[in-house]
Design a protein. Structure first.
Lengths: 268, 484
């Protein structure tokens, strides 16, 4: 990103926003999955990212974090490039993204959130072990600290991931489907935790699949289906009309365009 | 006594002697053989030969470094990459030989040069698989197979050229295919040992970094770890171990050095650190065992002996490993069967006694301990075989949950009654829960958790208890048999 681009983007997006996405397009194997995403996350709010399967919800988060390449567009976090703000961002990946058979304990997974702070070559000292335990305590798993992670239930595994993000003491939390496949107790624990984060002035963007709980859990919502259909306060944006636009027939049209682009490129 | 009879008795004596000699001769020979075997064994173990000492030390370090790197290789799911590296190093050896020969005739067999070639080519092979996987739609296994066979094919072709070109001199290169430890020279071993120590030290220093890379690569990336660099480093370590192992184990078997100890170690522990130690230990021990065996029985070459010793330790680990060994798993399965059987039996007891109650009556546990149960009354509660019920009953008597009364009668003990109520209550609570909250029913919740209260959130539990009280008034909450 050149300096002038950065300046231009800073002028167009509020510097106070924890996450600003400017004209971002992302494609897998030439087929676009996200089009022209332009978004500013409000500070200190809980934001749900909602949309049908294949709408690019997870991709949005991953592209913002440089985990998948962007075709175009820019991302700023707290008014700066992501590489300069890493310590202020915490990422909670989907639970299914790792091998839970891995020979580590719950505490050791949480410690991974501290590895960067600990630095190259150094071992995990007592001080950091205690921090990991404290984070596990916050998600109600301190009694399970020394369990191997495959012996935890799905909900408990999700909470271990949350603890790993908590221990980083970040300002922006990006969570990919934390509520999927968890038990009632875990769902409640996550919601309580999100509210705790909000009252501490933190921001959370959460990929969410359950439309019924959006109003109850979140302040803001982003309706996403390859492009942003609508984004804003839940009471303004989370309308039946917008939902129909997100989940309804529009998907077919965008898919057609994407398919045609792919065909024309292959013809070259 | 006549002369003839004296002659015949002398003949008899000679015959007996011949027979004894025929029987003794092989055993004498055998004794000689055993003596040389034990002698050789002793010479090896007591490190009398300078050469043995050197080879033992070098191979042992190689085994240890293989075990250490193997842990991460296994966890990063790169086991087959080791095989690719081994095979892909072959053209490297050929090219290195040709290059060195062309620079100075006769210098082609310098080991450091050959190994450098092997290292570079092995690394290329590994990178090729990663590139194919990343930039094409060819899947992992196919990419590995393709790279392995192409590199190996090129290697074999090169070797043919090398052999035709120079007279006999290049034949020694073939030892890389099957390995030949005894051909090691002290200087070579020192080089290997140095490299092995390097591998071990790097892995120990980067333990934390390798852990996060192997467990959750994306998270490592988001945290700002240079994932590509770390991944290349791990790959470099794998290639290094493989290349050091080439000379002693041969490229066909070299993948066993890191993979077998690591896989064996996983059966013993759920901790990464312990797993690395055990893996290093198994690697070192099987290397030593291999060298000792082949020094004792000169017909057996070292490489296969190392691998076979490793396999033996692997088999033992697979069977008896304390964390995931087959026998441990079977025992756990048996325990859980016993537990389920006991719960089934207690619940059947409860249901039978409950059925005899007049409508709306409370069932007290002292009533339960008074009443008689029979095999037949329990049989009708479920579809289960008499033999199974009988064995469950016998076990329950041993566990002091039931008492035998008369010929075919049983009575619950106080402990048994308390547990029966709890079993029935938990079961019904779960049924209610599944019916009411089916859409959020957790798939991972332990269904026979003794204390349902600990699994569900308080408000859900309260609602379920109210519903349960209405449906089954006599299923009151029992006093906990033990402190919570």
């Amino acid at each position: 990103m050149s300096q002038s681009q950065l300046e231009q983007m800073r002028a167009e997006h509020p510097a106070s926003s924890p996450l600003s996405i400017h004209d971002m397009t992302v494609a897998y194997q030439r087929k676009p999955v996200l089009w022209d995403i332009d978004y500013d996350a409000p500070a200190g709010k809980l934001v749900a990212i909602v949309g049908p399967n294949g709408a690019g919800k997870s991709t949005l988060i991953k592209a913002a974090l440089d985990l998948v390449p962007r075709i175009s567009g820019m991302v700023l976090m707290f008014g700066q490039q992501y590489s300069k703000q890493r310590q202020r961002i915490a990422y909670v990946p989907q639970r299914g993204s790792v091998d839970w058979d891995f020979p580590v304990s719950a505490r050791q997974v949480v410690e991974m959130g501290l590895y960067r702070k600990i630095g190259w070559f150094r071992p995990v000292t007592k001080k950091y072990k205690q921090q990991a335990l404290d984070a596990l305590d916050r998600v109600g798993l301190v009694d399970y600290a020394d369990r191997q992670i495959s012996q935890l239930s799905g909900g408990q595994q999700q909470r271990v991931f949350l603890a790993r993000a908590l221990v980083q003491d970040a300002d922006l939390y990006l969570m990919d489907e934390p509520f999927i496949g968890v038990d009632a107790a875990t769902e409640r624990a996550i919601v309580d935790l999100l509210r705790e984060l909000r009252s501490a002035g933190k921001t959370a963007l959460v990929v969410h699949h359950d439309l019924q709980t959006v109003r109850e859990y979140f302040d803001e919502v982003m309706l996403l289906n390859m492009r942003i259909v609508a984004a804003g306060a839940v009471e303004d944006v989370f309308t039946e009309e917008n939902l129909r636009a997100t989940y309804g027939g529009k998907l077919a049209l965008l898919e057609q365009v994407g398919h045609r682009m792919k065909l024309s490129e292959m013809g070259e | 006594m006549t002369g003839a009879s004296r002659n015949s008795s002398r003949l008899n004596l000679m015959l007996v002697l011949v027979v004894i000699a025929t029987i003794m001769a092989p055993s004498l020979l055998l004794a000689q053989e055993t003596r040389t075997v034990s002698d050789r064994l002793w010479r090896t173990v007591s490190l009398q030969d300078y050469n043995t000492r050197i080879v033992l030390m070098g191979t042992c370090l190689l085994g240890i470094s293989g075990g250490v790197v193997g842990t991460f290789m296994l966890l990063r799911k790169r086991s087959l990459v080791g095989d690719v590296v081994g095979h892909a190093s072959l053209p490297g050896i050929g090219i290195a030989y040709l290059v060195m020969e062309s620079m100075e005739s006769g210098s082609g067999k310098s080991l450091p040069g050959l190994l450098t070639g092997a290292f570079i080519c092995g690394l290329c092979g590994a990178l090729c698989t990663l590139a194919i996987k990343r930039y094409t739609r060819i899947k992992d296994d196919a990419a590995l197979a393709i790279v392995l066979s192409i590199f190996f094919g090129v290697g074999v072709a090169l070797f043919t050229i090398v052999q035709r070109m120079s007279t006999g001199n290049a034949a020694g290169l073939h030892q890389f295919v099957f390995g030949k430890t005894s051909s090691l020279l002290a200087n070579d071993v020192k080089l290997f040992a140095g490299l092995a120590v390097l591998v071990i030290v790097v892995t120990i220093f980067l333990f934390k970094e390798m852990t996060i890379l192997s467990f959750d690569q994306e998270f490592a990336h988001v945290q700002g770890w240079p994932v590509l660099l770390l991944d290349s480093l791990l790959m470099g370590l794998i290639v290094l171990v493989t290349v050091i192992g080439l000379q002693s184990v041969g490229l066909l078997l070299v993948v066993a050095l890191p993979v077998i100890p690591a896989a064996a170690a996983r059966f013993w522990t759920d901790s990464l650190r312990t797993m690395s130690w055990i893996s290093a230990g198994i690697g070192g021990v099987s290397a030593i065992a291999g060298v000792v065996l082949s020094a004792t029985f000169p017909l057996l070459s070292t490489g296969p002996m190392i691998v076979l010793s490793g396999s033996l330790l692997f088999t033992i680990s697979m069977l008896f490993g304390t964390q995931r060994g087959v026998l441990t798993r079977l025992r756990r399965l048996r325990l859980s069967r016993i537990r389920h059987g006991r719960l089934d039996l207690l619940r059947a007891c409860y249901e039978h006694l409950e059925q005899k109650l007049p409508e709306g009556m409370m069932l007290h546990s002292d009533q339960m301990t008074d009443r008689m149960l029979t095999l037949n009354s329990l049989l009708s509660r479920r579809t289960w075989k008499p033999a199974r019920v009988q064995s469950l009953l016998n076990r329950a008597i041993r566990d002091d949950l039931l008492l035998r009364k008369g010929e075919a009668g049983y009575q619950l003990t106080e402990e048994g009654a308390t547990r029966a109520v709890r079993a029935a209550r938990n079961h019904r609570m779960w049924e209610l829960f599944l019916i009411r909250y089916a859409e959020i029913a957790p798939s991972h919740v332990d269904r026979d958790a003794d204390m349902i209260e600990h699994v569900l959130s308080p408000d859900v539990l309260e609602e379920l208890e109210t519903a349960l009280g209405q449906q089954y008034p006599h299923l009151r909450v029992p006093d906990s048999p033990h402190t919570i």
